[in-house]
Design a binder for this molecule. Structure first.
Ligand code: NAP
Ligand code: ZN
Length: 350
């Protein structure tokens, strides 16, 4: 089915309108009319080929919400009209131990990402949510229980929400823990909201003085402008867990030194250029860890969506037209996003 989309034909070309082909729903497929799609920094890294291996044309977008317009004959969980979401994954092998554990993002045979992964559909790699519709196998479609008027602000939960939720849950963040969130962008602002809702004492670290009050409003109990050395020093050796969402290369030691004995800093940001090598002494003297985490599996994504619906949590968004995407990327490069751009997919119609 011919579908209007927005993407790039090369790393050095701006995004533009294009027609793409979506498969007709097979027996296990759900066809979705996309209402809104969030703009993740990974979209920018990929479409500009900051990470190796981008396939063109590239249509980014993996924070998708919309409504079901058709289902295959064997679909049981969804019906036409349902409000649904699709995140970063659209398939996985379903046979390996990670898939059996509901951690499809660690599929040992390689998951299928929502964009830039090999597929049998044209043009041979997946195309994401900057489009009017998408067809996805039932298992990778999520139920949305938020009220319809909050749908645009739910979109970012599909990546920014789950990418912060999964490590917060894995490292058992909750009451009695002191937790740092580094980088108050799309991921970081969700990290602050979720860690606070889980009952932790939350400290936000930002390079942007202008985000200080916002970070408090998002739920942080304390805010540190990380360029202020004295303010950083005051927190030395005090954190149980730090979630680092920064999208650029930076000095990790500034944060590992803030961990308690046995504390962990989990990296989720994937910068274009490597971080300087961490100081090993800081890790050894204190048995501290640096870890990483990738988005989240389908069961935990549903758990996070349900938790957010129950607790009234959505992202703080700025809605944009599809043709404003280049300007949105420019602002994202400058850390000037409060706190997630969301595309109104109706503007794809022209
Ligand atoms: P974003 O909205 O651009 O936010 C990143 C934030 O990092 C910025 O707002 C800024 O916050 C801070 N920052 C940027 N440049 C910095 C610098 N040079 N030094 C220190 N801080 C800086 O990006 P996002 O969408 O949240 O994504 C963040 C990163 O996570 C990206 O690399 C993205 O690809 C990655 N990601 C990973 C996963 C995963 O599964 N692991 C999933 C999604 C995204 P302040 O203004 O507060 O300093
Ligand atoms: Zn993302």
């Amino acid at each position: 089915m011919v579908t209007k989309a927005y993407g790039a034909y090369a790393a050095d070309k701006p995004l533009e309108a294009m027609d793409i082909e979506r498969r007709a729903p097979g027996p296990n497929d759900v066809q979705i009319d996309i209402a809104f799609c969030g703009v993740c920094h990974s979209d920018l890294h990929t479409v500009r080929s900051e990470w190796a291996g981008t396939l063109y044309p590239c249509v980014p977008g993996h924070e998708i919400v919309g409504h079901v317009t058709a289902v295959g004959g064997e679909v049981t969980k969804f019906k036409v009209g349902d409000t649904v979401g699709v995140g970063c994954l659209v398939d996985s092998c379903q046979r390996c131990p990670s898939c059996a554990d509901g951690l499809e993002q660690y599929c040992e045979n390689g998951f299928t990402a929502t964009y830039n992964s090999p597929t049998q559909d044209p043009p041979g790699h997946t195309l994401g949510g900057y489009a009017q519709r998408i067809t996805v196998t039932e298992k990778f479609v999520l139920k949305i229980n938020h009220s319809e008027d909050r749908l645009a602000a739910v979109a970012p939960l599909l990546c920014a929400g789950i990418t912060t939720w999964s490590p917060l849950r894995h490292w058992k963040v909750g009451p009695g823990m002191k937790v740092g969130i580094v980088g108050i962008g799309g991921l970081g602002h969700m990290g602050v909201k979720l860690a606070a809702a889980l009952g932790a004492h939350v400290v936000a670290f930002t390079t942007s003085e202008s985000k200080r009050q916002d970070a408090h409003d998002l739920g942080a109990h304390d805010v540190v402008v990380s360029r202020d050395r004295d303010a950083m020093k005051a927190h030395r050796g005090s954190f149980d867990f730090i979630l680092n969402t920064v999208a650029a290369s930076h000095d990790l030691d500034a944060f590992t030194s803030l961990l308690k004995r046995d504390g962990t800093m989990c990296l989720v940001g994937v910068p274009e250029h490597a971080h300087p090598s961490p100081n090993i002494g800081v890790l050894i003297f204190g048995r501290r860890s640096i870890a990483g985490s990738l988005i989240g599996g389908i069961p935990e994504t549903q758990e996070m969506l349900d938790f957010c619906a129950e607790h009234g949590i959505v992202a703080d968004i700025e809605m944009i037209r599809m043709d404003a995407i280049e300007e949105a990327y420019d602002r994202m490069q400058k850390s000037d996003v409060k706190y997630r751009f969301v595309i109104d997919s109706a503007t794809l119609a022209g």
